[in-house]
Every structure is written in structure tokens, then in C-alpha cells.
Design a protein around this ligand. Structure first.
Ligand code: NI
Length: 204
């Protein structure tokens, strides 16, 4: 077979694959529900943290509820407040279109700065965004265990004027299902509307 024939065979093959995909994508019926992007991922898992009232809160306390989980720190100058703002706003928008489903969702903020983020401070931070957002912190060991289980990285960053410091951290907004299974990440970088649309995909 010469090179041209091979190329032409190859392009016929690619064409038929492309057409098969096109047909599948256009088919209006019999589409199986898409698999959640994080299905089967080893993310999430046991933690024991402390809420604003100093009570112990465990991951399994949320069994039966969908959960939005974000790790950050209350002194964060920009990224955390933006993400938490958009995830809270997205959940409110979702609640306007589907209040029953939204009522099954609990959003949770977990501090990666346990040295400064006391239960009270985390509680105030959470309340500033939504009455329904739970703020959690804990001992450095408790926070480390939680972050490790959720594949969240954090470390002390640059000092800031006035004796403060930043905390470098992963900024991922996770959505989990009622059994604590990871489903998807919520695109806070694309705005609250995109967050609401993603919630509508997976929460029912
Ligand atoms: Ni931050």
C-alpha cells in the first residue's frame, strides 16, 4: 500500500469515527445520564472538626445531604471571599429554580488556617456570606487530616504588612453526593450562574 492509499484509508476511518460521535451527540433520546466527573475519585472522607459553637462536627454527620465543600482561610484577601461568594450565590440561584433539590445541599467552609481561624471567627466569616453556610476549623492535626482526605494542599505563604501572613492553598469547590461520594467541582471562576447550572446537573 502506498502512502496516499494509507492516508486515505486513515482519513476514511477517522471520518467514520467522527460521524459515529456526531450521531451519538445528536441523538435526542436514550442518552444515559452522564457519569459525574469525579465519580469514583478518592476524595473526601472522615474528618472531625469544630463549628462556631465549639461543637464537634464529623463528615458522616452530613450523610443524606449533598455537600459543597471549600477549604480556605478567613484572612484571605481575595480568592477565598470570591469563591465563597460565588458558591453561595450559585446555591441561592439554584434554590430559586429548584427549591426542593437545593434544600438537600449543605455548604461547608473549612479553614486551613487553624492558628488564626478560631471557631468564632470562622462562624462570623461563614455568616457574612450565607445563613446556610457552615464554617469549620479545628486543631492543626484535625485540619491536616481533613485537607489530606480532600486532596487539598496548603502551606504558610508570604508575610503581610502588620504581622499577618497569607496561606497558599488549593482553591477547589467540591460537590459531594448524599453518601459523601465526590460528584463534580463547581466552576466559581465562571460565575454564580455556572455554579447553579452545575448544581442542577447533579443534585436531584
Ligand atoms: Ni484563599
Amino acid at each position: 500500500m502506498n502512502r496516499d492509499a494509507m492516508l486515505s484509508n486513515f482519513s476514511r476511518l477517522t471520518m467514520s469515527i467522527a460521524m459515529a460521535f456526531a450521531v451519538a451527540a445528536c441523538s435526542p433520546t436514550a442518552e444515559p445520564p452522564a457519569e459525574p466527573p469525579l465519580a469514583g475519585a478518592d476524595i473526601g472522607g472522615p474528618f472531625e472538626l469544630v463549628n462556631k459553637d465549639g461543637e464537634t462536627v464529623r463528615w458522616q454527620d452530613f450523610d443524606g445531604q449533598y455537600r459543597i465543600v471549600y477549604f480556605g482561610f478567613t484572612y484571605c484577601p481575595d480568592i477565598c471571599p470570591n469563591d465563597v461568594q460565588r458558591m453561595s450565590q450559585g446555591l441561592r440561584m439554584f434554590a430559586e429554580s429548584d427549591p426542593e433539590s437545593a434544600a438537600q445541599v449543605q455548604s461547608i467552609f473549612i479553614s486551613v488556617d487553624p492558628e488564626r481561624d478560631t471557631p468564632e471567627i470562622v462562624g462570623e466569616f461563614a455568616a457574612a456570606f450565607s445563613d446556610d453556610l457552615i464554617g469549620l476549623t479545628g486543631s492543626p492535626e484535625q485540619v491536616k487530616t481533613a485537607a489530606d482526605n480532600f486532596r487539598v494542599f496548603y502551606s504558610r505563604g508570604e508575610d503581610t504588612p502588620g504581622g499577618g501572613y497569607l496561606v497558599d492553598h488549593s482553591a477547589v469547590v467540591y460537590l459531594f453526593g448524599p453518601s459523601g461520594e465526590p460528584l463534580a467541582t463547581l466552576p466559581t471562576d465562571m460565575g454564580a450562574q455556572a455554579v447553579a447550572a452545575e448544581l442542577a446537573k447533579w443534585v436531584s
